[in-house]
Write a new protein. Structure first.
Length: 616
């Protein structure tokens, strides 16, 4: 009985207007026969169609049908439909999906029709389709495959650069006088962002390759270095990562003082709107995108919309949470910003300039055991700068270059570099934020840095500096200095001269990785800070893509512990308690969410002070 009620209704649909046939067995078989051939034809033209160009049209219209009918069919075709959803979106895929739905649909409605017939019809189609359906395809697989092409030197390393409208970059350079209220940035924009050349009157620098570079110039230096990258591509489908040449640091610095939050956030909103309309965005929701903001992360992490709060909220925007942003100081508790070195004054144009500099730093006389360039922080009870300055002043082994307000030697690149070149160790306590440009200037001079907080370098520049921090630096936890328990001089004097020599050699070997080469030329074999950063981004995106394919993304990842993940050794994937936990624990008000905290709020509030001097 049921058969009769089902089958005719199907007929009515299929052969509109045809009169109801008599319920004879003959007619039934004839119908089946027709259906069979319809399916064979369908299968032949649609599934096995040799001309791929002919397919999209059919696919599109069928996809629409499939979409309309999807809900009630899912249950019928459980087995067949399970795979497709993952595939949706791929050009190949919809065809497979539709075919699976369309073809059997007719069959299923006839489910009580003699089993043998149904089996014959359904089986070949289903088997063929199952074989044809790709396992699980992702649009970025083409890019991953380029790495397997042995004859392609750029395989797996292509970068696609968005062609942003000039308001996101070039226009800002034209309006350079408005980039900062404290400094006229115009002169620093010369020479592709390196600034004016430094003359070598004191014989401290080399004769070429030295510039009075502003510490916040990485936006433009990095952007110009990218123009020289050897594996740029116009084809985003083979790109290992996508670069967004937005001058994020310049954008925010224009509005840091005296502008409302609407003004400060305008650039980021505009950028994100632009990016999200691009087809490249949809490939990974922006997770293969990266950009540079040559300032500290706190300038882009405004916690609330209070007008008195510092900075813009770029790094809190959902789109920016998917991207990777390179900054000169990252947030230890966040996963979307990564620290890259501050620029130094040295921007060599060729390998040879670097080798000569390294040789010179190896052979220098270093009369001072340690030195410090900087200003105290009398308003900050937690700062150890006052203690360090006192210790330095009272030690005959220490050279001090005290920075006070106004002009002082502490703002002269030549005086600073000269002091670092005459010292074995250079003290690098926190300033108004964890990091300082000075750490890189001192390493460039072959001076072994002494850090007092792991946030000043060890959890920051994990791409550029060795994980084994004792190989190139000395760590003196700041608590001991603050309590007056620790003599820096004693600690440094107790290090064996052979060890000092080894550490200095390591520092000098690190020089290429922590400097930005002249963006108008290219180092032949050496990898500079730019090269290291780009290859780290590529590794990161490549790993993410592989994890997505193998469905092994770390579901337990807790962003608040970002700094611990950064310290993991190769292959390690789980984190636990860490000896530096006390340095990064923070009271966390619930309403502020995991993204915020007291330390970051404080750092943000203090970050304006950094603008006023390189070495402060
Ligand atoms: C491999 O790379 C070479 C050089 O770029 C290119 O000509 C060739 O088409 C690539 N092969 C494949 C299969 O993509
Ligand atoms: C923010 O400042 C701009 C210009 O300084 C002004 O046009 C705008 O109305 C201000 N917006 C708010 C919400 O105060
Ligand atoms: C961020 O990426 C996720 C995962 O790909 C995606 O679901 C989400 O839509 C993306 N966010 C934005 C703002 O595009
Ligand atoms: C770290 O470096 C120091 C000095 O080079 C060395 O003695 C030590 O064995 C290294 N530690 C590890 C874990 O490699
Ligand atoms: C410094 O010394 C005092 C007294 O010996 C001790 O109580 C304190 O814990 C020490 N501080 C540190 C950071 O070692
Ligand atoms: C952060 O902590 C300090 C004391 O360490 C306190 O004075 C300040 O109010 C706190 N700030 C916030 C935003 O909670």
């Amino acid at each position: 009985m049921r058969r009769r009620s089902v089958l005719p209704s199907h007929h009515d649909d299929a052969e509109k207007g045809g009169g109801k046939p008599p319920q004879s067995r003959l007619c039934f078989l004839a119908t089946l026969c027709v259906m069979f051939w319809v399916l064979i034809f369908y299968f032949h033209f649609s599934v096995l169609a040799p001309d791929p160009d002919a397919r999209p049209v059919a696919v599109a219209s069928q996809a629409r049908i499939a979409h309309d009918h999807l809900p009630d069919r899912v249950s019928n075709h459980d087995g067949l439909l399970r795979a497709p959803p993952a595939v949706v979106g791929m050009e190949e895929a919809p065809a497979a999906v539709v075919e699976k739905e369309e073809a059997p649909a007719a069959v299923v409605e006839k489910e009580d029709v003699p089993v043998a017939v149904v089996g014959k019809e359904e089986a070949p189609a289903a088997v063929a389709e199952k074989e044809e359906a790709p396992p699980k395809e992702y649009p970025f697989q083409r890019a991953l495959k380029t790495a397997e092409n042995a004859s392609d030197p750029c395989g797996g390393r292509y970068i696609y650069v968005h062609e942003l409208p000039p308001r996101f970059n070039e226009d800002m350079l034209r309006e350079c006088h408005s980039l900062s209220v404290w400094t006229n940035m115009c002169k620093f924009m010369s020479n592709d962002g390196l600034g004016p050349p430094l003359s070598n009157e004191d014989g401290v620098f080399s004769n070429t390759g030295w510039y009075a570079t502003n510490q916040f110039a990485v936006d433009v230096i990095f952007g110009n270095r990218m123009k020289q990258y050897e594996c740029l591509t116009k084809d985003s489908s083979i790109a290992a990562a996508v670069f967004v040449p937005f001058y994020a640091g310049f954008d925010v610095s224009r509005y840091l003082w005296g502008y409302n939050t609407t003004m400060r956030d305008a650039g980021p909103h505009d950028l994100v709107d632009w990016l999200r309309k691009r087809p490249e965005w949809n490939v990974m929701g922006g997770r293969d995108h990266f950009l540079v903001g040559g300032r500290i992360a706190w300038d882009f992490r405004r916690l609330t919309d209070e007008e008195s709060d510092w900075g813009n909220k770029l790094l809190f925007m959902p789109a920016a949470k998917n991207m990777s942003m390179l900054v000169v100081e990252s947030s230890p508790w966040n996963a979307n910003d990564f620290a890259v070195p501050y620029p130094t004054y040295f921007h060599p144009a060729k390998d040879e300039d670097v080798f000569l500099w390294q040789d010179r730093m190896r052979s220098l006389e270093r009369p001072w055991l340690f030195s410090f360039a900087g200003a105290p922080r009398p308003g900050d009870p937690m700062s150890i700068r006052g203690q360090l300055i006192d210790q330095c002043r009272t030690s005959s082994f220490c050279k001090l270059l005290e920075c006070d307000l106004g002009e002082s030697k502490c703002h002269s690149p030549s005086a600073i570099m000269k002091m670092f070149q005459s010292s074995l160790f250079c003290l690098q306590p926190q300033g108004d934020s964890y990091t300082r440009r000075s750490a890189f200037d001192s390493m460039l001079a072959g001076c072994i840095p002494v850090f007092f907080h792991p946030g000043s370098a060890y959890v920051q520049y994990t791409w550029h500096l060795p994980k084994n921090y004792t190989s190139y630096s000395v760590f003196i936890p700041e608590g001991g200095v603050r309590d007056g328990n620790v003599s820096v001089e004693e600690i440094l004097r107790s290090i064996h001269p052979d060890v000092v020599k080894q550490m200095r050699e390591e520092v000098i070997n690190l020089i290429p990785k922590v400097i930005y080469a002249d963006p108008r030329s290219k180092l032949e074999t050496l990898k500079d800070a730019f090269d290291v950063s780009v290859s780290a981004i590529i590794n990161k995106v490549t790993q993410l893509r592989k994890d997505i394919i193998s469905d092994s993304e770390d579901k337990d990842f807790t962003e608040e512990n970002s700094w611990k993940y950064e310290l993991l050794e190769e292959g390690q994937r789980t984190i636990g308690p860490h000896e530096w936990d006390p340095f990064f624990s923070k009271p966390k008000p619930k309403d502020m969410g995991a993204d915020s905290g007291n330390s970051s709020a404080e750092a943000a509030k203090n970050s304006w002070k950094i603008e006023r001097g390189d070495q402060n």
